[in-house]
Ligand binder design. Structure first.
Ligand SMILES: Cc1cc2nc3c(=O)[nH]c(=O)nc-3n(C[C@H](O)[C@H](O)[C@H](O)COP(=O)(O)OP(=O)(O)OC[C@H]3O[C@@H](n4cnc5c(N)ncnc54)[C@H](O)[C@@H]3O)c2cc1C
Length: 305
C-alpha cells in the first residue's frame, strides 16, 4: 500500500463519521483510519507512507509502480484508490468544526438530523443545488451562499427552477462565509456581503460543495477517464468508443477493472462512485475479488502493447 500522505485519506480528516455501519454514535475519522491501518497490517499489508506514485509502467508480465523518490515496486495487479480532493473553504472556525456541523462533499446522511433547523450550502454548481433540494426536505430553511451575482452561469436550469419552486430554499448571491463558531458543533456563521458588510446567522449545518477533482492526471493515457478525470471501470470501459481498439482480451473487463487489464479502481476515484466511506470500503472488497479473478484468469498477461 503506497500513499502520498499518512493513512486515512479524506476519511482521516473527518472529525466525526456518522454514517458508517456499526458505529451508531459515529466515530472519529482518525480513529477509523488507525484501526483500519492496524487491521490491514495484521492481515499482511505492508505500508509505504509519504510515497507519491508518479508513474505506472508496463512490464512483460505485470506493472511497475514508480514513486516520486524513484522507488519502483512491481506487481501483477494494481488497485488505484486515489480518491478526490475537495476544494477547502478557508475561514476562521471551519477547520475545527469539520464533521460537527461543517461538511464537505454532501454528507447527506446528516439531512434527517437537521429537521426544523437552518442550514447553509456553499457553492453554485449542480451538486450544491441537489444538496440544497435534498436538505430542504428536512431543514426549516436552506440558504445557498454564492459569491457570484447569480446561479445562472454555474447551475443547470432545471435545478434553478426547482430551487425557485421550493419555498424554504433561498439563494444569497454575492455572499461568503467569513467565520464559523460553535461549542462542540456549529451554531453560528458570520456572512460577508459583496460590500464587506457582515451579518451573524444561526446555523445547524454548513455543507460546502465548491468542487472536487480526482487526482488522475499522472496516469498513462491507456487508462480511460471520463470528462472529469474519474476512472472508467467494467462495462463503462467497453461502452466507451475509445476502448474499441484498446481492449484486446476476449473477456470483458471485470467490474472494477480499468481499460488496462490488471489495473483496478476503487473508491471516490471511480466514475459514478457514491463518495462515502462505506462505498469506498465496499469497492475495496470488490476490487480485491476482481484481483483474485484476474490472477486466475490471466496468469501471464501483461499490459497490452
Ligand atoms: C472532511 C470530510 C468529511 C467526510 N465525512 C464523511 C462521512 O461522514 N461519511 C462518509 O461516508 N464519507 C465522508 N467523507 C467522504 C469519504 O471520506 C470518502 O468517500 C472516502 O474517504 C473515499 O475513500 P478513497 O479511499 O476512495 O479516497 P481518499 O480517502 O481520498 O484516499 C485517497 C488516498 O490516495 C492517496 N493518493 C492520491 N494520489 C496518490 C498518488 N499519486 N500516490 C500515492 N497516494 C496517492 C491520498 O494521499 C489519499 O490518502 C468525508 C470526506 C471529507 C473530505
Amino acid at each position: 500500500m503506497l500513499d502520498a500522505g499518512a493513512v486515512g485519506g479524506q476519511a482521516g480528516s473527518s472529525s466525526l463519521i456518522r454514517n458508517y455501519l456499526g458505529f451508531p454514535r459515529g466515530l472519529g475519522g482518525g480513529e477509523l483510519a488507525q484501526r483500519a491501518y492496524q487491521q490491514a497490517w495484521l492481515f499482511g499489508t505492508r505500508f509505504r507512507l509519504t510515497q507519491r506514485v508518479v508513474a505506472l509502467e508496463p512490464l512483460a508480465a505485470g506493472i511497475a509502480v514508480r514513486s516520486a523518490d524513484g522507488v519502483a515496486v512491481t506487481a501483477r495487479a494494481v488497485v488505484l484508490a486515489l480518491g478526490v480532493e475537495y476544494r477547502r473553504l478557508d475561514a476562521p472556525g471551519l477547520a475545527e468544526l469539520e464533521g460537527a456541523g461543517v461538511f464537505y462533499g454532501a454528507s447527506m446522511s446528516e439531512a434527517q438530523a437537521l429537521a426544523g433547523e437552518p442550514v447553509f450550502v456553499v457553492g453554485g454548481g449542480n451538486s450544491a443545488g441537489q444538496a440544497a433540494l435534498h436538505l430542504a426536505r428536512y431543514a426549516r430553511q436552506v440558504t445557498i451562499l454564492v459569491r457570484r451575482s447569480s446561479l445562472a452561469a454555474t447551475m443547470s436550469r432545471y435545478l434553478i427552477d426547482a430551487i425557485e419552486g421550493t419555498p424554504n430554499v433561498e439563494v444569497r448571491p454575492g455572499t461568503e462565509v467569513a467565520a464559523a463558531t460553535g461549542d462542540g458543533s456549529l451554531e453560528q456563521l458570520e456572512l460577508r456581503d459583496a460590500n464587506g458588510g457582515t451579518e451573524p446567522v444561526g446555523a445547524a449545518a454548513l455543507v460546502i460543495l465548491i468542487g472536487a477533482r480526482p487526482r488522475t492526471e499522472w496516469l498513462p493515457e491507456e487508462i480511460l477517464r471520463d470528462d472529469w478525470g474519474y476512472l472508467l471501470t467494467g462495462a463503462e470501459v467497453l461502452a466507451d468508443e475509445r476502448s474499441r481498439d484498446r481492449w484486446r482480451l476476449e473477456r470483458p473487463p471485470l467490474p472494477l477493472e480499468t481499460s488496462v487489464p490488471g489495473v483496478f479502481a476503487a473508491g471516490d476515484v471511480r466514475a459514478r462512485a457514491v463518495k462515502r466511506v462505506a462505498g469506498a470500503v465496499g469497492d475495496g472488497a470488490m476490487a480485491l475479488t476482481d484481483v483474485h479473478a484476474f490472477l486466475s484468469l490471466e496468469p501471464a498477461v501483461g499490459w497490452p502493447a
